[in-house]
Design a binder for this molecule. Structure first.
Ligand code: NAD
Ligand code: AHE
Ligand code: ZN
Length: 378
């Protein structure tokens, strides 16, 4: 098939707030420095639902969403040297070119090579490789578009992995697990004995918990409004769980309770909810003088964070983290190895499995407390 368009099934987001349309589409051949991938498995991340809902300033339609996926290289365009046909790959919404100002800085995992066109839903040459059967172009998403049996990505936006690792599991390393784990061990760099609070116990938050546990944090307190998250939190390594809707006494706030539980506040807190009020609580629950709060959750267009500047003057630090600060092409191999050795939990996040045609049910699963991730088999 190399060089020829492929007809396959995809889930198209035609309009914000509407279910996806599962239909046949055409996927063009990869151009220079592009790779066509047979996506074997993808999960649905909260961010896909966020963009589909219409509140993402970069959301554009019609498009093919999905960014937590893995598959097999089907064909490569001219000049591609980092992957070959048949390679097992994880797709990377945070590219790594190794050459740009960002990559060379060694200060960030953000890469400047394809981010501008990625945010517009097109390939680096400004065009799309997807069309529906009416010939209408369909936009790409986050440089991945994993909700299609075949996708085309920039060669900097994927990484080859050990083919013995099951693609049905390591697809989760394409976002949720890596994001939370990396936020704890890289962005925050949690050390033995540190105290940690995690707001929001989805796949991202629970992955922060497992990262903090791996570093030997002395306290890991999970805050979630859904009691169904308590057992999971404890299973992943939390030492405590607080439901702010139920567990606060008269006159207590979540901030005052956390400060009381930790002799003055936490060394690190993480927002994994995307709620800007929660982000404020997370910052203010930090210990005076040094506590750091890491924002991971994605907030809607128009939302802003606020706190009294005095909170920062007195030493609390606000930080953010994208893809856990992980450089995908350099560091994914280590994460896959950790998973294979049993050191990094991945399978425990897979609460649901569905055929690709049930993708709209997978979006509904996300809203239920019994779901961490639904993996779709394409
Ligand atoms: P999820 O929906 O599975 O989990 C969110 C959790 O937050 C749920 O358990 C929910 O009950 C809880 N929650 C909601 N409101 C709360 C509140 N007010 N207080 C406490 N808990 C509350 O989502 P996820 O897939 O784990 O993603 C979490 C967030 O991280 C989303 O905003 C997502 O868009 C974002 N995200 C960011 C990155 C990044 O690189 N920065 C990567 C992946 C996901
Ligand atoms: N498009 C949104 C921002 C979305 C966002 O912040 N995305 C996270 C990843 S979420 C994965 O589930 C991220 O990595 N951001 C860094 C980047 O370069 O996009 C908006 O507000 O415009
Ligand atoms: Zn995601």
């Amino acid at each position: 098939t190399a060089g020829k368009p492929i007809e396959c099934v995809a889930a198209v987001a035609y309009e914000a707030g509407k279910p996806l349309t599962v239909e046949k589409i055409i996927v063009d051949a990869p151009k220079a420095h592009e790779v066509r991938v047979q996506v074997t498995h993808t999960a649905v991340c909260h961010t896909d639902a966020y963009t589909l809902s219409g509140v993402d300033p970069e959301g554009a339609f019609p498009s093919i969403l999905g960014h937590e996926g893995a598959g097999i290289v089907e064909s490569v365009g001219d000049g591609v040297t980092n992957v070959k046909v048949g390679d097992h790959v994880v797709l990377l919404y945070t590219a790594e070119c190794g050459k740009c100002k960002f990559c060379k800085s060694n200060k960030t995992n953000l890469c400047g090579s394809v981010r501008a066109t990625q945010g517009k839903g097109v390939m680096p040459d400004g065009t799309t490789r997807f069309h529906n059967l009416k010939g209408e172009p369909l936009l790409h998403f986050m440089g991945c578009s994993t909700f299609s049996q075949y996708t085309v990505v920039a060669d900097v936006s994927l990484v080859t992995i050990d083919p013995s690792a099951p693609l049905s599991s390591v697809c989760l390393l394409g976002c949720g697990v890596t994001t939370g784990y990396g936020a704890a061990v890289k962005t925050a760099n949690v050390q033995e004995g540190d105290t940690v609070a995690v707001f929001g116990a989805g796949t991202v938050g629970l992955s922060v918990v497992q990262g903090a546990k791996s570093r030997g944090a002395s306290k890991i307190i999970v805050v979630d409004v859904n009691d169904q998250k308590k057992q999971w939190s404890m299973d992943f390594g939390a030492t405590g769980f607080v439901n702010p809707l139920k567990d606060l006494k008269e006159g207590e706030t979540i901030v005052s309770k956390l400060i009381d539980m930790t002799d003055g506040g936490l060394d690190f807190t993480f927002d994994c909810t995307g709620n800007v009020k929660v982000m404020r609580d997370a910052l203010e629950a930090c210990h005076k003088g040094w506590g750091q709060s890491i924002i991971i959750g994605v907030a809607a267009a128009g939302e802003e964070i606020s706190t009294r500047p005095f909170q920062l003057i007195t030493g609390r630090v606000w930080k953010g983290s994208a893809f856990g600060g992980i450089k995908g092409r350099s560091e994914m191999g280590q994460l896959v190895t950790s998973y294979q050795k049993g050191d990094l939990k991945v399978d425990d996040f897979i609460t649901h499995k569905r055929p690709f045609t049930e993708i709209n049910n997978a979006f509904e699963d996300l809203h239920h407390g019994d779901c961490l991730r639904t993996v779709l088999d394409l």
